[in-house]
Design a protein around this ligand. Structure first.
Ligand SMILES: [Ca+2]
Ligand SMILES: [Ca+2]
Ligand SMILES: [Ca+2]
Length: 327
């Protein structure tokens, strides 16, 4: 009897160890971004895509949200929301949001289509001046760069230039990112035609600590040869487990849409050019989730930041969640 019990205990411990090693255990369960009092951040904008960077230079990561004015328009913009909490406990209030402007005029993004167009931003420092710049896809034809003119830290204004032009129009010209080549620096991933192509604009660290992606248009990017199971949008690579690099694997997260009109955020791994979904991390409560990976609470562990528009089927609202990294 005793040996049976000890065998059973050993089996249970092994099962626990296996469960603990699955990618779902790399992250805390999702929590909604909120203000310091715990009220969830709910924007009045549709289909937002969140990312984070310290745009005002106070050492705390701030929220950057690409979004549309509403579901009945194909026009979008980018909003900056300063971190009103602390470095390790970020807090955000939509009343603090500042719409990114080119001089006196708000950045207005034509994203092709009312229902499927989005604005997907990624932070960088293109000109290495220590001020936040933004690369974004209009998810239709072009990716742009917003270069911070450095005149106002809290409410920055920008000049705009084309990052690259896909030359073809398609409602699935999505952006992804993270570290695809294992050098520890984030890259820009162009996921043309809803993820049928993964094209890499490699990131390089700038002298002041920011990142610049490879310049020179579509000619300068590197097509990644990856077969197998792949997500349609928001593929973000990182060594989430801390073992990917030594195993010669690429770990990444990404989104696929389900027949139910819901979507799932999955954890994927590429080995020898073949991508495989290892598990579903979360099935978000809203529709059309968008995601980036960023260390929001600055603890050295990569976090997943995702949003949903049309949550509870309400239009023109975005709610943002974070899954804090545990690895
Ligand atoms: Ca900040
Ligand atoms: Ca800059
Ligand atoms: Ca973190």
């Amino acid at each position: 009897m005793r040996s049976y019990l000890s065998l059973l205990c050993a089996c249970l411990l092994n099962a626990a160890a296996w469960a603990e090693s699955t990618p779902a255990s790399f992250f805390e369960p999702p929590v909604a971004l909120a203000d310091a009092g715990g009220t969830a951040l709910i924007t009045g904008k549709a289909q937002g895509c969140p990312t984070a960077a310290d745009f005002n230079g106070d050492g705390k990561l701030d929220l950057i949200l690409g979004a549309k004015d509403g579901m009945d328009t194909a026009m979008g913009g980018i909003w900056l929301i300063p971190n009103a909490g602390s470095k390790d406990k970020p807090a955000f209030r939509w009343t603090d949001a500042h719409r990114v402007a080119l001089g006196d005029a708000a950045v207005s993004v034509a994203c092709g289509c009312k229902s499927s167009g989005q604005v997907q931003p990624v932070a960088c420092d293109w000109n290495d001046d220590g001020f936040l710049d933004i690369a974004y896809s209009d998810t239709y034809r072009r990716a742009y760069l917003l270069i911070n003119d450095g005149k106002n830290k809290d409410k920055p204004t920008f000049t705009q230039q084309t990052f690259f032009d896909m030359e073809k129009t398609n409602h699935g010209m999505y952006a992804g990112g993270g570290d695809w080549d294992g050098d520890g620096v984030v890259d820009f991933l162009h996921m043309a035609f809803a993820g049928s192509e993964f094209k890499l604009f490699k990131g390089a660290r700038q002298a002041k600590g920011g990142v610049k992606f490879v310049d020179g248009g579509l000619k300068a990017c590197q097509a990644l040869s990856i077969g197998g199971q792949k997500p349609r949008r928001c593929a973000w690579a990182w060594d989430y487990s801390g073992t990917a690099k030594q195993r010669g694997a690429i770990e990444y997260v990404g989104i696929v849409d389900l027949p139910s009109e819901q979507s799932e955020i999955g954890f994927y791994e590429v080995v020898s050019g073949q991508s495989k979904k290892l598990c579903v991390l979360v099935t978000p409560e809203g529709k059309t989730p968008l995601l980036t990976a960023v260390d929001l609470n600055a603890d050295g562990k990569m976090d997943l930041l995702y949003s949903c528009g049309l949550w509870n089927n309400e239009k023109d609202k975005t709610k943002v969640w974070v899954m804090y990294g545990k690895k």
